[in-house]
Design a protein around this ligand. Structure first.
Ligand SMILES: [Zn+2]
Length: 282
């Protein structure tokens, strides 16, 4: 009986993604550095700031998109969903989505929680209520914080997506070295699952600490690897969800791809691809 193991696009087993918050103009410098290293980032944007035109402009967001990055919501006015009456939080996220979509002429489906996110609730709401309203307004994932770790796992809950680390984490370079040394193609099948290195922060932190060289060092280590998929948050979400939509027989000896996405997987040490609409017998 085949043992199916997901692979990322081009048969890769490791992925790197960045997630940077807020509308600071230092995002322009961050963009220049990550572009040089081929790293993909999700920029989490407050639409009210773009509307007011006091920092980054719509043209900046368009440049990010043109360079293959993602624009995601971060609350129109940066409101944490646990801090205000729930209807106000719903409005802030829905408004952010609507405004960014109008500015950019595209569908926006990702998010990073502003402020304390879903770590604290002073408004009588709970995490389940926030997750449910985000689903209802078309947000398919949201990044949280406060659980840095070196497990490199995909989230088991897209609306509670914990990154690997903030860029100032004292263990960051130990985590990076461990990630780069991993070989998920080897060993017991249960250990061959894909891995993800997910870095987050704010560009103004590099400016305030005067440590842009830290970002250069991070990118030099994480960038430029043939065996790593450099992807935005939404690209990872959409690929994984497409893979999960794959239909299989009980024995997994027949597999069918009902999606519009090409899928990659391993079975018993062999590499397979499954084109959109394709059915194969293993
Ligand atoms: Zn923020």
């Amino acid at each position: 009986m085949p043992f199916l193991i997901m692979r990322y696009p081009e048969n890769k087993a490791k992925a790197v993604t960045f997630s940077y918050d807020d509308n600071h103009v230092y995002n322009r410098h961050l963009l220049e550095i990550i572009d040089r290293h081929g790293i993909k980032c999700t920029f989490n944007i407050n639409s009210a700031g773009i509307r007011r035109g006091t920092a980054m402009l719509t043209e900046d967001l368009q440049t990010m998109l043109d360079h293959g990055h993602e624009i995601a919501i971060h609350g129109a006015e940066h409101i944490a969903p646990g801090m205000v009456p729930l209807p106000q939080a719903v409005r802030d996220d829905l408004l952010c989505r609507e405004e960014l979509e109008k500015m950019l002429g595209r569908i926006i489906r990702g998010m990073a929680y502003p402020n304390s996110g879903v770590l604290r609730f002073y408004n009588g709401a709970d995490y389940a209520q926030v997750r449910d309203y985000l689903k209802a307004i078309g947000i398919v994932y949201s990044r949280t914080l406060g659980a840095d770790n070196d497990k490199f796992l995909l989230p088991d809950d897209w609306w509670n997506w914990n990154p690997t680390a903030h860029h100032n984490n004292g263990n960051l370079f130990t985590y990076i070295d461990k990630f780069l040394a991993l070989d998920p193609s080897d060993g017991y099948p249960n250990n061959r699952h894909v891995r993800l290195f997910y870095l987050w922060g704010h560009s103004f932190e590099f400016e305030n600490k005067g440590n842009w060289d830290r970002l250069e060092e991070i990118c030099e280590k994480l960038g430029g690897h043939e065996d790593i998929w450099y992807a935005t948050n939404i690209e990872i979400h959409d690929y994984v969800e497409a893979y999960r939509a794959m239909q299989t027989s009980v024995n997994c000896d027949i597999v069918h791809n009902p999606t519009a996405t090409k899928l990659w997987f391993q079975a018993d040490g062999k590499d397979y691809t499954l084109a959109p609409g394709e059915t194969i017998e293993l």
